[in-house]
Ligand binder design. Sequence first.
Ligand code: SF4
Length: 255
Amino acid sequence: MLLDCWIASLCWNVEMSKRYIPTFQPSNLPTTLLKELIDKFYLDQQRDKEQTRFYITDAGKCPRQIFFKFKNVPRKKMDPRILRIYEKGEYLHRNIFNILYRLKIGVTTEVPIPAQEIVGGRADAILCINNENYVLDIKSINSMVFRNLTEPKEENVYQLQLYLHYFNIKKGILLYIDKDQQNIKEFFVNYDEKLAGTLINDFNELKKRVETNIVPNRIPEYPQNWQCQYCQFQEVCGMTGEGEVSWEKFKEKMG
Ligand code: SF4
């Protein structure tokens, strides 16, 4: 009986093996369909927009890049992959806000800085812990940068200093999230009046250049500087040359 069953199953397997099994033919299939549509969605979202004021997130950034934004110079579209990374960062921010609310520590999120002439921006959150106020700035970064982070990044400190200045709060926290592994590091930053003053002065100097049409110098270590690697104005910056130059004369030369 057992032998009969075994023979029957063997015959069934042999029969099955004779049947037509469609083979996978990659050449019949498109190589990309959804990826193309999704990337196009991100590319279509991007509009060149003239910048009309400074943002706190401009602190520590290349002044020439900001100048080009004020002049609405056509820029290279950003890689959709980078935009997806930004989106992921926003999601992580919202997640932290949610946890802060659930912790029931005094928290107000996405707080605009008081209106004034030179700069605009919104702090991620203002917290009240043990009767002390803190400005919180959250940054999501990749695992490799996160691992090597032993102190807050300079440009992040600059931004936080301006928040502290405009909110008149003496202490801040920079919270870094490793977006790949979900680890967290935090750094405390004290308000530095002198540094905040220098940063505001830098904005005022750049404002003068925007108004008088003087393209600022390139940043040091051009083009190896990380800002240049991601810059949407690499082409025009290359044509403009190294030092300060008249924007009007440059445009005339380019016809
Ligand atoms: S390429 Fe570098 S120096 Fe030139 S505008 Fe961009 S960031 Fe600034």
